[in-house]
Design a protein around this ligand. Structure first.
Ligand SMILES: CCC1=C(C)/C(=C/C2=NC(=C\c3[nH]c(/C=C4\NC(=O)[C@H](C)[C@H]4CC)c(C)c3CCC(=O)O)/C(CCC(=O)O)=C2C)NC1=O
Length: 169
């Protein structure tokens, strides 16, 4: 698992280079956004259950067929599995946020996920919508807490979305 600093060092070390201008700029921007990252993670931690609940309600309101007979989130067990998955995405997004790097998402969340979803007929499109709804809620709550809600905040959610979507199902 890597973060913004270790991944940069690994990169430069593999070719035996000193940190150049680009490296220093990217480190600088990581450290400058550091406080906001940590504060945003605190907002997520403090509101995780409510964020997942609200996102779930919004998703099922938007896509009611998911929870009707024949829908993938139909039955209490599958409904709960869906919200649990959303909670996984949110928790790991908070880790990636602090790390300033999406490696943890690849390693712990996305690896093998499409195959699992495929085999259980979990639909990717609505899952992606759920992730984007959480992104919007997090953005609102972070901004409401007076923390700068820049691109850094969207990155883990957009990464999950991109990686999940890039697949032929
Ligand atoms: C930490 C990394 C991690 C992830 C990401 C993860 C996902 C994950 N989601 C699963 C199932 C599932 N995932 C969903 C999710 C949904 N269905 C929908 O219609 C919605 C669109 C969506 C919610 C947004 C559902 C309903 C199941 C159960 C499917 C079934 O058993 O038929 C399963 C199969 C095993 C199980 O049911 O627990 C895994 C492994 N597990 C992990 O350990």
């Amino acid at each position: 698992m890597r973060d913004a600093v270790t991944s940069l060092i690994k990169n430069y070390d593999s070719t035996g280079r000193y940190l150049d201008r680009n490296a220093l700029d990217s480190l600088k921007s990581y450290f400058e956004s550091g406080t906001a990252r940590v504060q945003a993670a605190a907002v997520i931690n403090g509101n995780a259950a409510a964020i997942v609940k609200q996102a779930g309600l919004q998703l099922f309101e938007d896509q009611p067929e998911l929870i009707r007979p024949g829908g993938n989130a139909y039955t209490t067990r599958r409904y709960a599995a869906c919200l649990r998955d959303m909670d996984y995405y949110l928790r790991y997004a908070s880790y990636a946020l602090v790390a300033g790097n999406n490696d943890v998402l690849d390693e712990r969340v996305l690896y093998g996920l499409r195959e699992t979803y495929n085999s259980l007929a979990v639909p990717i499109g609505p899952t992606v919508i759920g992730v984007q709804i959480m992104k919007d809620i997090v953005r609102e709550q972070v901004a409401a807490a007076g923390i700068p809600a820049g691109d850094y905040l969207d990155q883990p959610f957009d990464y999950i979305t991109r990686q999940l979507s890039e697949t032929d199902i």
